[in-house]
Design a protein. Structure first.
Length: 509
């Protein structure tokens, strides 16, 4: 019997599919906004050491993410290829994320190694959900524009979830006390935040996994004869990952993601020490992220449909670069009003618009990655959604990983005081916030321009994608009329038959 036709991807499916990204958004916002300032300013680790720990965790992603992607591509179970990993990640990620913010009372090297280990475990467990979940997108829809919509909902929920948890933490948990006048340095606030964030991540993963459970019968399954060896798996991984379009996108998106992550990480520093806002005023970061996420989805859909995904990415990335830096540039030259209320509105407005363009650019580039699935299938004879979603996951994690690394190095380069309140910075290093801004802006400019140049070389447009779908449909039609004995024997016809990795229509002929 042939596989049932895939139902239309309606709004309900998009909502529950996107819901799971609340977990990744919560983790990512926590890493970007709090991790560096918590371990350096609250616990006393050098900022460079914190950045190095995050970098080591990111290196582990480069090894683990493709493995989990390849394993899920070749997994067989009554729950399909993806859902066993999605369900299984919910509780472990909650546990490890809680432990990240509640370390033992250690200092120096022991605390550094604790951070390395727990950060790796957090990233590994979130990968066990995020990679199989992202791999569902190309199977839920083959439509060029619909895939942008699916990725848009993922980013919307990720940004909304992360923004809300960030705002709640800043408003209700990071409160000033007599012992600690700067609320963001209040250690007890991070305990309450860790409980809320861990539960939020677990619940969103379980709800999304359950909500997409009904789609399992319509997702592609491996034929029973497909049992590649470890050597074959390694060869297949190398072959799929060498796709030229994928390499261009991954490297380009890494530059863009690092630029975005650098901005997200330093926004807390800039808001506290450069703009001189209180933690409660800084809660607008969460509100800005929420509003920006809502704006980014229609923005990405419009630019992708009107101009194509590549041109849409270039336009939104350039707009984000300009908006994210204009307010700080004007403040450096004394061209902004001096009142805190006016400054807060300017900060909120530019942050909202800049983040909206940044998220839209990421939606478009991740949607481009989903279109590589069919291009790769034509060249290799295999669908590698999980492997490609591992590349997507690595890009998303690099946003906070490399972003935190660069931010930590830059903070130390300007000799920013450790465990310092605003008054301490004014007394010890009053020029440090300004110098940090002056270092940040040219670095972000170079990163964004590198991303734009690379992604400008991507060549899979709407016409190419539709041609790939037509080619695969013709191949499947030819395979379906082939004798079943030839298919099982891996003889004549499509060379992919030897691997037992035919599309489901050919497999069930």
């Amino acid at each position: 019997m042939a596989q049932a036709a895939v139902p239309r991807t309606g709004l309900g499916t998009k909502l529950v599919y996107g819901l799971g990204s609340v977990a990744f958004g919560t983790k990512d916002f926590g890493f970007s906004a709090f991790l560096l300032i918590f371990y350096s300013q609250v616990l006393g680790l050098p900022a460079t050491a914190v950045s190095l720990a995050i970098m080591l965790a990111l290196v582990s992603d480069a090894i683990f993410d493709p493995i989990i992607g390849q394993i899920s591509d070749n997994w067989r179970s009554r729950l399909g290829r993806r859902h066993p990993f999605m369900y299984g990640a919910a509780i472990p990620i909650a546990i490890f994320y809680f432990l990240l913010w509640n370390p033992p009372h250690w200092q120096g090297a022991p605390l550094f190694f604790y951070l390395v280990v727990i950060a790796i475990l957090v990233r590994m467990t979130i990968a066990c959900y995020e990679i199989p979940s992202a791999a569902l997108a190309p199977e839920l829809s083959t439509d060029y524009d619909e895939r942008t919509s699916l990725m848009g909902w993922r980013f919307l929920f990720g940004s909304v979830g992360g923004g809300i948890t960030l705002a709640v933490a800043l408003i209700f948990f990071m409160v000033a006390t007599k012992a600690q006048p700067s609320g963001i340095l209040n250690k007890s606030g991070y305990f309450a935040y860790s409980v809320m964030a861990a539960l939020t991540m677990m619940i969103s993963i379980l709800l999304s996994s359950w909500g997409t459970h009904s789609r399992i019968p319509y997702l592609k399954q491996l034929p029973v004869t497909a049992r590649p060896s470890l050597v074959q798996l390694a060869r297949q991984m190398a072959e799929s990952l060498s796709n030229r379009s994928l390499l261009i996108l991954v490297i380009g998106a890494l530059f863009g993601g690092v630029a975005g992550g650098l901005s997200s990480t330093l926004n807390t520093y800039f808001g506290t020490y450069f703009w001189r806002f209180t933690p409660q005023q800084l809660s607008v970061i969460g509100g800005a992220a929420l509003l920006a996420a809502m704006l980014s989805v229609p923005l990405a859909n419009f630019t992708g449909k009107r101009y194509g995904k590549r041109a849409g990415y270039i336009a939104t990335a350039l707009a984000s670069l300009f908006v994210n830096n204009i307010a700080m540039t004007l403040k450096l030259f004394g061209l902004l009003p001096s009142g805190q209320t006016a400054l807060l509105w300017i900060f909120f407005s530019t942050l909202t618009v800049g983040v909206a363009f940044a998220i839209a650019s990421l939606i478009l580039v991740t949607s481009m990655i989903t279109d590589i699935v069919e291009d790769s299938e034509i060249k290799t004879g295999r669908r590698s959604e999980g492997l490609f979603s591992a590349a997507l996951s690595f890009i998303n994690k690099s946003t906070s990983g490399f972003g935190v690394l660069l931010a930590g190095v830059m903070i130390d380069l300007v000799h920013f005081p450790k465990q310092a309140s605003l008054a301490t910075v004014d007394a010890i290093a009053p020029d440090a916030p300004r110098n940090l801004v002056l270092l940040y802006m040219p670095v972000q400019l170079v990163l964004y321009l590198a991303a734009i140049v690379l992604i400008g070389r991507y060549r899979i447009d709407r016409a190419t994608h539709e041609h790939n779908l037509k080619t695969l449909a013709e191949t499947a039609a030819i395979a379906e009329v082939s004798p079943a004995s030839e298919i099982m024997a891996g003889g004549s016809g499509n060379p992919r038959e030897a691997d037992g990795l035919l599309p489901s229509t050919a497999r069930d002929a």
